[in-house]
Design a protein around this ligand. Structure first.
Ligand code: NAD
Ligand code: MG
Length: 414
């Protein structure tokens, strides 16, 4: 945890990995820095980036003394620069969304932790892939939006894409080490994507009109940012993860089965043609997939305790109820609706979740809003980032207009 030890070199003479953490002040960002701090000989923090929480980023700059810190919000960046000057820290502060792209493409950078939430993370995450970096991908929205574009960039630019999402990291660990994107060749029959079911797995459906943002964010097993917590409550998170799995592992939608497993001990499974099922298990703690990806292909300490099977005793499984979780069906349909489908799904969801968190949309109206946006968005092919971002803007505006046209109260049930 000692800041000065960050610049130490490993005794073996191997080079220290220079890391950029995008979304450093968030839940995944903080867990990443927790793992990084355990391995000062392996990792050095080259840059930290966040949106607007100046105090949190300043504290991280004190501890890790990065070469650069960037804030998307320009006012916050100016304030951070002032405080960094006052304290005499060696960090240069950059401002604005463009600075994130600039940072991740710098030649000194080896690895980029993509842990910004939502579409804002797409430009720098894609830029990191296009610059051939090792991309540790937590920001699933970026992959869902850019899909093929992203995967093609990884392939053609020699980047390495390692999933941080616990399910996809578990799938990667359960696939053969030489998996080359062809499930059939590896003898894989299907992928079993586990889901906790979130906080409303047993809530009477009639009550879903009145649930509050704090209730939706009280996840039974994971402590996460508010957006992904709401996505877990609607199961749109699992819908986005179905799309993510199809893209990462070159699977068809019908090869990815969602299995509700309320304990969140099994993080996902791969079934082979001989009937074998391989799974990855562990405490629901993001430091495990983060350490797996940071150290890959070596295993490194994460600070996560051993799993105690005598305490766990039972593991349960059930099929998702499509009436309770319509977002799952919407995501599967969007995946089949060309490149524009996932972009529209994600943009409508981001607007709906933001409105729900502000108390402007009832929880049970989130799926209906997304479905209406999908119906109104024609299927189109998207060939580059500007087209993706343009459609994202149009869909956000449509979703906002639909919400204000209905001017729904957060407590309205219809
Ligand atoms: P969070 O809300 O806790 O943190 C988000 C981070 O992104 C913050 O550092 C914030 O400053 C930064 N950010 C937000 N908007 C930004 C912008 N416009 N420009 C630059 N930075 C911006 O979110 P989280 O829970 O850490 O999730 C981050 C990503 O990881 C999400 O895509 C989520 O789906 C994914 N993920 C999270 C978990 C988890 O356990 N938290 C698990 C799997 C996947
Ligand atoms: Mg997940």
């Amino acid at each position: 945890m000692n800041a000065t030890s960050q610049s130490a070199r490993p005794a073996t003479g191997a080079t220290v990995q220079q890391i950029v953490v995008l979304g450093a002040t968030g839940s995944v960002g903080v867990s990443t820095l927790n793992v990084v701090a355990r391995h000062p000989q392996r990792f050095s923090v080259f840059a930290l980036a966040a949106n607007e929480r100046t105090d949190a980023l300043l504290q991280q700059c004190r501890q890790f003394r990065p070469r650069f810190a960037a804030m998307a919000d320009e006012t916050a960046a100016a304030e951070l620069a002032r405080q960094i000057r006052t304290e005499g820290l060696p960090t240069k502060v950059l401002a604005g969304a463009g600075a994130l792209v600039e940072l991740v493409t710098m030649p000194e950078v080896d690895s980029v932790m993509a842990a910004i939430v939502g579409a804002a993370g797409l430009p720098p995450t894609l830029a990191a892939a296009r610059a051939g970096k090792k991309v540790l991908l937590a920001n699933k929205e970026a992959l869902v939006m850019a899909g093929r574009l992203f995967i093609d960039a990884v392939r053609t630019r020699g980047a390495r894409l390692l999933p941080i999402d616990s399910e996809h990291n578990a799938i990667l660990q359960s696939l053969p080490a030489d998996f080359d994107g062809q499930l059939a060749k590896s003898g894989v029959r299907r992928i079993l994507l586990t889901a906790s079911g979130g906080p409303f797995l047993r809530t009477p459906l009639d009550n879903l009109a009145r649930v509050t943002p704090d209730q939706a964010c009280a996840h039974p097993n994971w402590v996460m940012g508010r957006k992904i917590s709401v996505d877990s409550a609607t199961m749109m998170n699992k819908g986005l993860e179905v799309i993510e799995a199809c893209l990462l592992f070159n699977a068809r939608v019908d090869q990815v089965e969602v299995v509700i497993h309320p304990q969140s001990v099994i993080h996902s499974m791969v079934e082979y043609v001989d009937g074998s099922v391989l799974a990855q298990l562990g405490h629901p703690d993001m430091r495990t997939p983060i350490a797996h990806a940071l150290g890959f292909p070596e295993r490194i300490e994460s600070g996560v305790q051993s799993l105690n099977f005598f305490d766990i005793k039972t593991l349960n499984f059930e099929q998702p109820d499509v009436n309770r979780f319509p977002c799952l069906r919407l995501a599967q349909a969007a995946m089949l609706a060309g490149e524009s489908g996932p972009v529209a799904l994600n943009a409508a969801n981001e607007i709906a979740v933001a409105c729900f968190l502000r108390g402007e949309l009832a929880f049970n109206r989130i799926p209906g809003l997304i479905e209406e946006v999908l119906t109104r968005t024609p299927a189109t092919a998207l060939t580059d980032l500007p087209e993706v971002l343009e459609l994202d803007r149009e869909v956000r505006s449509l979703a906002s207009r639909l919400i204000s046209a209905r001017s729904t109260g957060a407590v309205s049930a219809n």
